[in-house]
Design a binder for this molecule. Sequence first.
Ligand SMILES: C[S@@+](CC[C@H](N)C(=O)[O-])C[C@H]1O[C@@H](n2cnc3c(N)ncnc32)[C@H](O)[C@@H]1O
Length: 216
Amino acid sequence: MNQTSERVTRAFDSWADRYDEDMRKSQYFSPEWIARHVYDLDGVPECRVLDLGCGTGINVKALCDLRTGIRADGIDVSTKMLEHARACNRYETLCTHDLNSRLPDIHSETFDLVIAFGFLELLADVGTCLSECRRVLRVGGTLWASFRRFEGGDDRSPPRQISLGGVTLIGYSADEILNMMSHLELRVTAFDTVVGYITEMGFPCPFYVLSASKTQ
Ligand SMILES: C[S@@+](CC[C@H](N)C(=O)[O-])C[C@H]1O[C@@H](n2cnc3c(N)ncnc32)[C@H](O)[C@@H]1O
């Protein structure tokens, strides 16, 4: 693990016990977004899910509340976050891994849904992670991914990079994200601009959230 990932791990290890409560207070986008997009999985009675940067398991818990047949695996760099994910009893397997590197021991074309929420902004190498998302999706499978919004031409946009407690967060423009999807040959079926969360100072932090399918 490089120094950056060690800082990220320390930050999330120390946040783990308060994370769910903080997300509730900050009106974190994902439970509501998932409720609006769960129909993407219609026609998949048994749905194999890979939850990347799974944290405490908020996203898989939301999915399991909405439908049956979810069989989820989770990956995260923070062992403390994984302890909470394990305690929620919604995952078949959970493992520790730095998502700046390729996924270990996961066969190609295994999952119906890959969730990449709330961590792509923390990666030094987002391209490697997204290409691994594509690799492990089955043909017909779905990627749900969130990105911090950065638009250079918009005076009100947050900056490209910010540093919070020694951790760097990187934003992407809609064009950059759509180019990445096109390069990966993933077909974008939804592209939403949402308030990712509201900071303690009351700033509504903008995110892009997409659904994309692997058609070939
Ligand atoms: C903001 S939380 C999001 C958790 C969950 N996906 C959600 O939407 O609630 C970011 C998560 O990504 C994990 N993470 C950050 N960088 C990572 C990396 N390089 N490899 C694996 N996990 C990482 C953190 O440990 C943390 O659990």
